[in-house]
Ligand binder design. Structure first.
Ligand code: FAD
Length: 453
């Protein structure tokens, strides 16, 4: 068969994109390297255990299914309304997990596979693709553990600096949970013109206790295949730095010099005084709702991060949009490389989808696959693509990937309400419901306008 679209990678994103396209009558070739014979480059990533499509490599949970107060629950809701394969298969394979959506992973993968197999215009071809296709409508959905050969080819096409192989993420805090009566805005050696950072001051006692907490805190361990991945400059875990000596952080990410704290102003120091150590947060999205803890990439266990980071003055009530972590992860600098339709600006016949775009998580990866499928279908039909409204979970995620994220420090991100246009005039307690209500209302006309299946 001659294909309309070539999708590379039969994971969550690739399977979802294939479903959206094939259901609309397009002829799809879905290439998956697992299960291929040796001469076709058969290979499994170090995390995959089998050859089934849409294998869940770790947890069996799609996280919260609450579509009234939770951003990922809202994403489930929107995907269901788009006739998502991943959501339908999850419903079929669901196991009890309270308010979370969890599945029997084998039944889930089998359901994805059988639904795709039932589509006559879709071929699942077991083969590894080593080179980015030069022509033909293509979707690359090869995930965080993309085969090395293809990763090399993507690197060559995008520029080596635009492809990351390691994900060293620092926690991200919701702006409205930071206590600005304690923290202050300033850049180092600020002359008043650029107050770009939120600064949290520590005295000596607080710093020493914090340092001890970092050194003694419980860490997650590297998987065997991750252990040999070296730390790159600039992504050394904060606790590893702390282990090098009690002063190391004060000369590194917690350097206090040049930061006058106006809350500590005295008649002799009217501009304020320097703290013993400072934690800095940098704006992470254009909306200014999310702030990244600079240099705080960490392998501390999540509960430990919350406990310890809430001892930082000004962050006592911090709400985290994302916690820190370090693991192998191939992803491109999407805000720079992709247009608003997930197309490579320099080679628009190629779209990217799934975790390789810099979203994070099963659901987000599938959602980006879903949108890549819809965009491709719209393009092939000669219609004009309308992006989902920014106020929806799909729209917020897409906007983040394709332009709203801070490109210089682009790091993978789960869907969260910090990506949504803020509703400042709604009381904080009611805000989550207000976000989901608004999204549900605004997605309706967009859905009505989609290329029909
Ligand atoms: C170790 C690990 C654990 C994770 N745990 C979780 C978790 O618990 N919860 C969560 O929400 N997210 C988790 N993630 C993050 C992420 O959401 C998942 O990895 C998710 O599967 C990504 O979906 P995807 O479709 O982008 O990639 P994948 O699901 O990985 O699919 C990519 C597919 O492409 C294939 N492929 C790769 N290269 C080629 C090639 N050159 N040619 C042909 N096929 C190729 C792969 O075999 C794979 O089937 C984890 C990631 C990793 C690496």
């Amino acid at each position: 068969m001659t294909y309309d679209v070539h999708i590379i990678g039969g994971g969550l994103a690739g399977s979802e994109a294939a479903w959206q396209l094939a259901r609309r009558g397009f002829k799809v070739r879905l290439s998956e390297m697992r299960g291929a014979s040796a001469d076709k480059g058969g290979e499994r990533s170090p995390a995959h255990q089998g050859d089934g499509l849409a294998e869940l490599v770790c947890s069996n949970s799609f996280r919260s299914d609450d579509d009234e107060k939770n951003a990922v629950g809202l994403l489930h809701h929107e995907m269901r309304r788009c006739d998502s394969l991943i959501m339908a298969a999850a419903a079929k394979a669901q196991v009890p997990a309270g308010s979370a959506l969890a599945v029997d992973r084998d039944a889930f993968s089998a359901e994805v596979e059988s639904r795709l197999a039932a589509l006559p215009n879709l071929d699942v071809v077991r083969e590894r693709i080593d080179v980015l296709p030069q022509a033909g409508t293509t979707i690359v959905a090869t995930g965080p553990l993309t085969a090395e050969s293809l990763a090399h080819s993507i690197g060559a096409a995008t520029g080596a600096d635009s492809l990351a192989f390691f994900d060293a993420i620092a926690p991200i805090v919701y702006n409205d949970s930071i206590d600005m009566d304690v923290c202050w805005m300033a850049s180092r050696w600020d002359k008043g013109e650029t107050k770009d950072y939120i600064n949290c001051p520590m005295n000596k006692e607080q710093y020493l206790a914090f340092h001890k907490g970092l050194v003694e805190g419980e860490k997650t361990s590297f998987k065997e295949w991750e252990a040999n991945t070296p730390y790159f400059d600039g992504c050394m875990p904060i606790e590893v730095m702390a282990e090098r000596g009690v002063e190391t952080l004060r000369f590194g990410p917690m350097k206090p010099v040049g930061l006058d704290n106006p809350h500590w102003a005295t008649p002799e120091h009217p501009n304020g005084r320097w703290a013993y150590a400072v934690v800095q947060l940098r704006q992470d999205n254009k909306l200014g709702t999310l702030w990244n803890m600079v240099g705080f990439q960490t392998k501390l266990k999540h509960a430990e991060q919350v406990r310890l980071f809430r001892t930082i003055p000004g962050l006592e009530n911090a709400e985290f949009a994302r916690l820190g972590g370090l693991h192998r992860n191939t992803f491109i600098n999407s805000p720079v490389l992709l247009d608003r339709q997930l197309r490579l600006k320099t080679a628009p016949h190629v779209r990217f989808a799934g975790q390789i775009t810099g979203c994070e998580g099963y659901v987000e990866s599938a959602a980006v696959g879903l949108m890549a499928g819809l965009m491709t279908a719209t393009e092939l039909t000669g219609r004009e693509w309308q992006a989902p409204p920014r106020t929806t979970a799909l729209g917020a995620l897409l906007s983040h990937i394709t332009g709203d994220a801070e490109a210089e420090h682009y790091q993978p991100m789960n869907v969260n309400f910090g990506l949504f246009p803020p509703l400042h005039d709604v009381k904080k307690k009611q805000r989550k419901e207000a976000y989901t209500e608004r999204a549900k209302e605004e997605i309706a006309p967009w859905l009505a306008d989609l290329t029909p299946a």
